[in-house]
Design a binder for this molecule. Sequence first.
Ligand code: F6R
Length: 365
Amino acid sequence: SKNGYPFFMEKEIAEQPKAIKDTIEARITDDIVDFSKDGIPEEVFKNFQRLYFIGCGTAMHSGLVGKSLLQQFAGAYSNVEIASEFIYDNPVLDENTLVIAISQSGETIDTLEAVKMAKKMKATTISIINVRESSIAKASDYVIYTNAGPEIAVASTKAYSVQVAVMYLLTVQIAMINGKMTLEEGKAFIKKLRKIPDVVEEAVKNRETIHNISRKIIEAKDLFMLGRGLDYSAILEGSLKLKEISYIHSEAYSSGEIKHGTIALITQDTPVIAVVTQNKLASKELSNAIEVRSRGAKVILFVKDGIKLENEEEWYEVVRLRDVSDEFMIFPVTVALQLLAYYTSLDKGLDVDKPRNLAKVVTVE
Ligand code: F6R
């Protein structure tokens, strides 16, 4: 049941604090990550030479977060591949390869085929799955089940957040087993991660602020989202969400890349959402946003509280997001962009939970 919410999507957005908490806490023993509860021996995270994250759509986007985190905190390189491309791209797969497949439903055919291929070529396969006993879960060597509960809305929200939460757990596990994080550092990281459900709770409560922003884009035909680093991963997902349920054409662009061609599409009043939450990148992200603003774009800034803005009144709108450390900002940004898509769709009178042309489970290649 929708529990009093008009659409499942809103209910599922609101369920995220619990979903994240349940997913994280199930893998913590004595304040540190413990995948032995999932039956995964630690050596699996040590003895690999190559690591691929594979998935489709939203699930693939969570892999992008994993890649960034692994580089920053575990000194480990990985590739993120769209499952349907991976299968035909002659990926390098052998017994020293770890393949981590991500899927809410566990039934996406492209992801399933990719796992089967990886296994056939002797790679070790772990899947991150929400639906128990699903096909991908059964086809994989190991499974990390996410605890989001059933997700009904076609547009994925809580399933993504819990996949992302698993990325933090994997990062600590891989960093520690490979000597890139001490026990103390691992514990400190996990301590911060355990506060995320509260951060997400607060972000969900901020819904009216985001609803007001959605009213500013409801008439848009085309829109751009800009960000760098983890903000870029976040806008790829936020932009997909907006497209699929509001039918606004939205393109997520790395703020640094837009000037290499796409900025030609920025004209007077083009709506742009610029996400600026990474302390290290903020000055660059802001100067890229100023560049499009000076071409006439109406720039809505989603900015981390604590990042100073000069001449704040020059922005079309400014939304302040709760200040947590850079690597965790993906959570409040994700919620804000989910709510933005939700309210835009709702106010357009669309069927939020069942957007046209889409199915919850994609079983055609
Ligand atoms: C977008 C969305 C899709 C799915 C994709 C993979 O909101 O839900 O992009 O993420 O079809 O589905 P799963 O995770 O079930 O493999």
